[in-house]
Design a protein around this ligand. Structure first.
Ligand SMILES: Cc1cc2nc3c(=O)[nH]c(=O)nc-3n(C[C@H](O)[C@H](O)[C@H](O)COP(=O)(O)OP(=O)(O)OC[C@H]3O[C@@H](n4cnc5c(N)ncnc54)[C@H](O)[C@@H]3O)c2cc1C
Length: 371
């Protein structure tokens, strides 16, 4: 049997699904090829934070992209609820970035003076907001604008909306051989069939490097493993997301708290370890001592897809006809997904895209290795 699509999207994580969503809403006939279940990669491991201000410290192109992406969430959330009946659990409970030392306090206070959307809180004000935090703190930044969603609900809602818009979601469909068939399409072997796609969008997360290799492009993407766990706190509810250095506590709608996340370059094993759990628990208890009375729920791990400069690739290939990619979203794929999907659609339809985004996320940008 021959199946034809306008666009074949390889990888059904949040980035592939969001790209499929924007394309299908624009009337493009899409198919998403997912080797496992939709959202089974890094997307299902994410805590769901939309931390435009927490994750970036400079007002650069990346920050503007992140802010624009975050601003798309309210409309997206309402639209998906109406189209699919699925609530992606968008909430704005704010983020508290803690300062434990005088040095950290000086640096965060300095940021509060420069950025309009962040507020410096004294030690007492922080403790008034979250009375269970350690008293060993100097103060913190409160970022009311940074919200969160449920990544799994988001992936489910996007997949459903794509289907409603006439798109095809193929699970258990690993794209094996991908061939450019001149003059005008790509042949994708998946789930025992050959699928004919006029255009190809590579959204394979950590596995995108291999997919790039299939079409003759060299753009390495490597895994940065992250581990998380969730607990049900004993007798209190955390109001805001709390951050300190490499540890965060994210309150979820059922009262549970996600504690994340470790960072390990180059590890392909997406399994939680005793070492990862113990380092997270130790850090979390130092931030909020009473968390040790919480009931352990579960632990998991995922592979963040990262380019060497830690910036995503979002491009239309200049030499290869109808080849697109959106990958390498590293720590911020949930946050960056809506603007990424919109940009993929605009590149696809030859609509204007901000030059700074094309330059920043292009295949041939100048890469500086981020340490
Ligand atoms: C512990 C952890 C916490 C995180 N927390 C946050 C957060 O709070 N906020 C945030 O914004 N980001 C967060 N992230 C980052 C975010 O999860 C990622 O940036 C994002 O999920 C990347 O999405 P993706 O679609 O590119 O990749 P993935 O979700 O990995 O999707 C890629 C998909 O491609 C499929 N695939 C690969 N090869 C093939 C093939 N040949 N054929 C078919 N399918 C294929 C895979 O099975 C996979 O499902 C976190 C990540 C981790 C690990």
């Amino acid at each position: 049997m021959r199946t034809f699509y306008d666009a074949g999207i390889v990888g059904g994580g949040v980035i592939g699904l969001m790209s499929a969503y924007f394309l299908s809403k624009a009337g493009i006939k899409v198919a998403v090829f997912e080797k496992g279940k939709i959202g089974c990669g890094a997307s299902s491991a994410a805590a769901g934070m939309l931390g435009a201000h927490t994750e970036t410290e400079r007002a650069d192109a990346f920050f503007r992209f992140a802010e624009e992406s975050a601003s798309l969430y309210p409309g997206l959330s309402a639209g998906l609820l109406e189209e699919t009946g699925i609530d992606i659990q968008l909430v704005y409970n704010g983020m508290l970035k803690l300062a434990m030392t005088a040095e950290e306090a000086a640096s965060l206070r300095d940021r509060a003076g420069k950025e309009p959307d962040v507020e410096w809180l004294s030690r007492d004000s922080v403790l008034k907001k979250e009375s269970n935090l350690t008293e060993d703190l100097q103060g913190g930044l409160f970022i009311a604008k940074d919200g969160q969603v449920s990544p799994s609900a988001l992936c489910r809602a996007l997949a459903r909306a794509v289907q409603i818009n006439g798109g095809t979601i193929l699970e258990g469909a690993a794209a094996g051989r991908i061939q450019r068939a001149e003059p005008s399409h790509y042949e994708v072997s998946a789930a025992g069939e050959t699928h004919y796609c006029e255009a190809l969008v590579i959204t394979g997360g950590t596995w995108s490097g291999q997919l790039f290799g299939e079409v003759g492009i060299s753009a390495p993407v490597h895994p940065v493993k992250g581990e998380c766990l969730s607990i049900m706190p004993d007798g209190f509810r955390l109001a805001s997301t709390v951050f300190h250095e490499s540890c965060y506590l994210v309150p979820k709608s059922d009262g549970s708290i996600i504690i994340g996340a470790t960072m390990e370059e180059g590890n392909w094993r997406a399994e939680p370890t005793i070492q990862g759990m113990s380092s997270l628990m130790e850090k979390a208890v130092s931030i909020m001592p009473c968390i040790k009375k919480g009931v352990f729920q579960k632990a998991w791990a995922g592979l963040r897809p990262a380019a060497s400069d830690a910036k995503p690739y979002i491009f239309k290939h200049e030499g290869m006809k109808n080849l697109y990619a959106a990958t390498g979203h590293y720590r911020n794929g949930i946050l960056l997904a809506p603007k990424t999907g919109e940009m993929v659609r605009d590149l696809f339809l030859n609509r204007p895209v901000k030059e700074e985004y094309e330059r920043e996320f292009g295949l041939n940008r100048r890469t500086e290795v981020k340490s």
